[in-house]
Design a protein around this ligand. Structure first.
Ligand code: NDP
Length: 443
């Protein structure tokens, strides 16, 4: 065997597993056909969040006069913002490359393809491994409709020199909503098209409605109940066809989900069980072939960076250090970096009612305009919500829309994970004046 562990894919899960395995003394190689860092670092969470910060200045500048600041001729140089974001991504890519080198993990550049259950081919090179980890992540999914290939997917946004002046975004999920807010903040005219009747379907309905209101107030044109059936160019504009309705813009962005990136892996050669959407694994991330494993988005469990990292580390510990930890996929906090921001841990009100019945659930909420927004007397209102199991008083869902919701819910997740009750929340002294104090003072 050439290596103890061969990892395919140098994204969040693959990098975490390879470095941890090397630290345990394993001989490790990692294969990557694109840039080291994966979706999160190169074309996802990191550049996206930097663009969120950039786009938030529009509202800050609009509110500045109420705090005594005179701001004149504030214009965003979007090309410069994109360039600065790319530089930061390059810096992080360099850090990841150095970290692999320092850990003693060999980086093999190219696309990996199974030859048999112990051998992977990259170009002309064959690598034989005792253990193999597939951590290739996912890819944006285009709509299968005529002209679908003309539109952009989220990857394309980061490669632009400048953003267009107008855009039609298809989808109502994480990526569609986040980019609708980013682009709107950067002065792009945004129309967002959904087939359903609301945005952010998987989230607590009331919270999603609060975000929806906020987005509409900022000028985003939300269109519901429209199913795209085609895309065509017309006079240099992209025209999205939704039955009778034709929506024109400089660009159409398809943010309609992501799918496991299985092309070219030749999983059949190793006999690995999968379907179009995922590689099947057990709770120890093992496929049907006992020495082949998979973590992260390619397994389509909870498709979030920290989950992939945790799965990768747990796997490396299990393979090379006798670890037995099973990754807990319950109670994972998540945020949508819209404007206003939404963050959530635990059950939505609807899910809690399904589980405990209407009488088994108590809801506490606070909706208010924060002190921060009092002088401008504008901007989205905050919504904080606790979902409590009536029989035990346990907080089973903690949700927020408002500034720093992600930062706040990250900490609340510790309490919810520990099984805190509403009485525990109430016993906690408020930190005043803050937004999150409402979580411990709401009746
Ligand atoms: P989502 O699954 O969140 O949303 C997909 C959207 O596309 C939904 O609104 C869905 O509609 C719509 N859609 C799907 N198929 C069609 C179709 N055929 N016609 C019309 N509309 C369609 O996917 P995203 O692409 O937004 O994000 C992918 C994943 O990336 C997320 O699930 C998340 O795991 C991760 N992510 C996480 C982020 C974070 O943590 N902040 C940020 C970005 C991504 P409907 O609701 O009706 O099904």
């Amino acid at each position: 065997m050439d290596v103890d562990l061969l990892v395919i894919g140098a994204g969040s899960g693959g990098l975490a597993a390879s470095k941890r395995a090397a630290r345990h003394g394993a001989k490790v190689a990692i294969i990557e056909g694109d840039r080291v860092g994966g979706t999160c670092v190169i074309r996802g969470c990191v550049p996206k969040k930097l663009l969120v910060y950039g786009s938030e200045y529009r509202e800050l500048i609009a509110e500045a006069p109420s705090f005594g600041w005179a701001v004149q001729d504030a214009l965003c140089n979007r090309a410069m913002l994109l360039e600065n974001v790319r530089s930061e991504v390059n810096r992080l890519n360099g850090i990841h490359l150095k970290a692999l080198e320092k850990a003693g993990v060999e980086l093999i550049s190219g696309w990996g393809s199974f030859v048999d259950a112990h051998t992977v081919k990259v170009g002309e090179r064959l690598i034989c491994a005792s253990q193999i980890l597939i951590a290739v992540g996912g890819r944006p999914q285009r709509l299968s409709m005529p002209g679908g290939e003309l539109g952009w997917v989220s990857d394309d946004l980061f490669n632009q020199k400048d953003f267009p002046d107008s855009i039609t975004i298809v989808g109502g999920g994480y990526i569609a909503c986040e980019f609708a807010c980013i682009l709107n903040g950067l002065g792009v005219a945004v129309t967002q098209v959904m087939r359903g009747d609301r945005i952010l379907k998987g989230f607590d309905r009331e919270l999603a409605e609060a975000v929806q209101e906020g987005m509409q107030e900022l000028g985003i044109n939300l269109r519901f109940g429209l199913q795209p059936t085609g895309l065509q160019m017309n006079d240099g504009q992209m025209e999205l066809i939704c039955g009778e309705e034709h929506l024109s813009a400089d660009v159409v962005l398809q943010a309609t989900g992501r799918r496991a990136f299985l092309e070219g892996l030749n999983l059949e050669a190793a006999g690995i069980d999968h379907d179009q959407h995922r590689i099947f694994v057990d709770q120890h991330h093992r496929t049907n072939i006992s020495h082949i494993h998979a973590v992260g988005d390619v397994t389509d469990r909870v498709n979030l960076t920290p989950v992939a990292i945790d799965e990768g580390r747990a796997l490396a510990d299990a393979l090379f250090a006798g670890g037995t930890r099973v990754v807990d996929h319950d109670l994972i906090a998540t945020a949508v970096f819209t404007q206003p921001e939404l963050a959530s841990v635990g059950l939505s009100e609807d899910k809690a009612r399904e589980r405990f019945g209407d009488e088994g659930v108590r809801i506490h909420r606070a909706r208010f305009r924060s002190l921060r927004q009092s002088l401008p007397a504008r901007g989205p209102r905050c919504l904080l919500k606790l979902v409590v199991e009536q029989a035990t008083d346990r907080v089973v869902g903690c949700h927020m829309v408002g500034s720093h919701a992600g930062e706040i819910i990250q900490m609340a997740a510790i309490a919810v994970g520990m099984g805190a009750t509403k009485a525990d929340f109430d016993r906690t002294m408020a930190l005043h004046p803050s937004i999150s104090e409402e979580f411990v003072t709401m009746g």
